[in-house]
Design a protein around this ligand. Sequence first.
Ligand code: FES
Length: 197
Amino acid sequence: MSTTASAGEAKPVSSAPAKAAPQVQVAAPSRREFLYYIWGASMALLLGEAGAGLIWFALPRFKEGTFGGTFNLAGDTLPQAGSAPVNVPEGRFWLSNSDAGFVVLYGVCTHLGCLPKWVDVNNRFECPCHGSKYEIDGKYIEGPAPRSLDRFRTTITFTDGTSETMNRDGDPINLAGRTIASIAVDTGTRLKRNGKV
Ligand code: FES
């Protein structure tokens, strides 16, 4: 008759000697392998830096509504033709509407960077530093400034769904009696006038 170990009964301990774990021999890398690893690590670092640089360039650096980015304004922000230009200090520009059309002027003097003010009684911009003067559309009148006021690239969308973007010379946009729905001013694209025009 066979017997079975009852619960709690100690199991017999094997008396066979434990097998020794096999020893793994790791050979030191050769000089050639070492140089290969260094080269691989350098290439990975280089590619990583190039990738990070590409991403950095691709991301917009300026937020919408901050200087360097695009300002989206309502159509009724534009002054009536011939009335005083409207200052948008956070964008450092003036909205100007003259007989020649609509322009957005960078509010910094082209001489040494002071801020010209609009002077109603004289109907022109006047720089407080060295006296340069500009017409309502930023055109040079007199003084040490080397050129007319710079302009910002602007796109106007009209209520009929059409839109018009300022050309690369910064020429005024002719509104032709159309009603403006919105104005997008790109303060990241400054257009320098060709001299005193
Ligand atoms: S900075 Fe405006 S005239 Fe000199």
